[in-house]
Design a protein around this ligand. Structure first.
Ligand code: COA
Length: 464
């Protein structure tokens, strides 16, 4: 039985910080954000928004757009790393908010949990729900998988340049209009690591950014190796001499802690795949420099990072490689469209990969590309750490959904924050009722109880 993504909706908070203003305030060259990281604007939550609100708003949009009733939904999963309760799952809050619109108890038949594994947990939730459908357990109901996060880093830290907030929800069913997942090729890797984590009670993560970047590449590559093995063994992909698995993937979507990370990840994967092929000799000739190799052939993350000479040479080589016409072609045709939304919105942790997919659909459609039957590859990474590589094929009916996608109108009118306003919000100095915006037809956070009896209880309202 087929299973896949029938539709996608997004909810992005309308406050944002402009990269140039931010750089000005921190004494950083704006080009570091705009060119170096690919960050133009970072979406920020208002004082009356939390990750559950973002998730509920995205769910309401997808339900209204598709005229779904709660009876049509069998599972509602929320994946997040911005959890605010150690026990009560975020999907329970989301159901509570949706029932304010659809009626109390209307989602009672529904199942679901909150999933956590840094930025990769949404991919596990998609996989598990796709399998629920494939197993014939869904009773013709659909699943909603919503990925929702507030990427917030300490003020003054290097991660502060890569913040953002938002939710993406995907409607999964057995007759998807957008994308059917390729069966039996989903591949994972997992390793106990401390590249990025958020201990209990701490609002912002502890991040070893450069270590995390490299770990992302290594873990995704390991999952890609397994994906390759599975897709060749199952016959999903058949290689002719001189070909790589990447030649059979028409679009790539990578996890995007910032948009340029997608380009870095693509360059890393492509180099490793092309290195085995005759075409690599021509590229090396063009670059005019031999590909550097680390002193320690084991290539562990510790040995690679400890080899400063290799790291410097490899950085330079990557730069030259990404300037070749061969890389530029694969970048422009298979990846670039997925990076546009991330530039405008910033890091969405679990939702970054899926905002990228959403972006790729909209902007490839605008280029009048025929997407029917195209294979889309996903490289998902979560710190701590695990990676998942999987793929799917765009379905013939995709245009009926994609034609209405419009990032700007779906975000809505945005308000730019001054650096002073941003810092006040960042340090949580205002109460929910002191919000900067007063949105209509949206869920908002009204109150978080502080008395002993009901500490942590949250109250939400639907603003009509
Ligand atoms: N003009 C143009 N580009 C510039 C520049 C300038 N003035 N200054 C720096 N850059 C470029 C750098 O060359 C680098 O590009 P490269 O990656 O192609 O080499 C890029 O901007 C970033 O600069 P860098 O010095 O590496 O930044 P940093 O060490 O201050 O921090 C991160 C970057 C991404 C590591 C940091 O923002 C971070 O930790 N973010 C959080 C990431 C995260 O959450 N990871 C975990 C989940 S995957």
């Amino acid at each position: 039985m087929a299973a896949g993504i029938d539709d996608i909706a997004i909810y992005i908070p309308r406050l944002y910080v402009d990269a140039a203003d931010f750089a000005d305030g921190r004494g950083v060259d704006p080009a570091k954000l705009q060119k170096g990281l690919g960050v133009s604007q970072m979406a920020m939550v208002d004082t009356n928004q939390d990750p559950a609100c973002l998730a509920a708003n995205a769910c309401l949009r997808i339900m209204q757009k598709n005229k779904l009733s709660p009876e049509d939904i069998g599972r509602l999963y929320v994946s997040t790393e911005s959890s605010f309760d150690e026990s009560k799952a975020m999907n329970s809050y989301v159901v509570g908010m949706l029932e304010q619109v659809y009626g109390q108890g209307t989602f009672e038949h529904c199942g679901g949990v909150e999933t956590k594994f840094a930025c990769v947990s949404g991919s596990y939730a998609l996989y598990d729900n796709a399998n629920w459908i494939r197993a014939g357990e869904s009773d013709d109901k659909a699943a909603l998988v919503v990925v929702s996060d507030i990427a917030k880093y300490d003020m003054g830290s290097s991660g502060e340049m890569t913040q953002g907030a938002g939710a993406v929800v995907m409607l999964l069913n057995d007759n998807p209009r957008l994308l059917a997942f390729d069966p039996k090729v989903t591949a994972t890797s997992i390793k106990d690591e401390y590249d990025f984590y958020r201990p209990f009670g701490k609002e912002t993560p502890i991040v070893h950014g450069q270590y995390s970047n490299l770990l992302y590449l290594i873990q995704v590559r390991k999952a890609l190796d397994l994906y390759k093995e599975k897709s060749l063994n199952t016959g999903l992909i058949k290689l002719k001499p001189g070909e790589t698995i990447l030649d059979h993937i028409d679009y790539f979507n990578m996890h995007l802690p910032y948009s340029n990370m997608g380009k870095k990840a693509l360059a890393y994967m492509v180099r490793r795949e092309w290195r085995q092929l005759p075409r690599w000799n021509d590229i090396i000739k063009k670059i005019g420099v031999a590909e550097p190799t680390p002193k320690d052939p084991r290539g562990t993350i510790e040995s690679v990072l400890g080899d400063a000479e290799f790291m410097a040479k490899d950085h330079e080589f990557t730069k030259l490689f990404t300037e070749t016409s061969e890389f530029q072609e694969i970048y422009e045709t298979k990846l670039a469209s997925s990076l546009i939304a991330s530039k405008m919105i910033g890091n969405l942790y679990t939702a970054s990969l899926y905002l990228g997919f959403r972006s790729s659909l909209e902007f490839e459609y605008q280029k009048e590309m025929d997407l029917d039957g195209k294979r889309v590859g996903f490289g998902s990474y979560g710190s701590g750490s695990s990676a998942m590589v999987f793929s799917g094929v765009i379905m013939p009916e995709y245009a009926s959904v994609v034609k209405d996608m419009n990032l700007e109108s779906e975000i809505g009118p945005r308000r730019k924050l001054t650096l002073e306003e941003y810092e006040i919000i960042h340090e949580s100095k205002l109460a929910p009722e002191q919000s900067m915006l007063n949105p209509k037809k949206e869920f908002i956070l009204v109150d978080v109880k502080t008395d002993d009896e009901s500490r942590g209880e949250r109250r939400y309202a639907y603003n009509t």
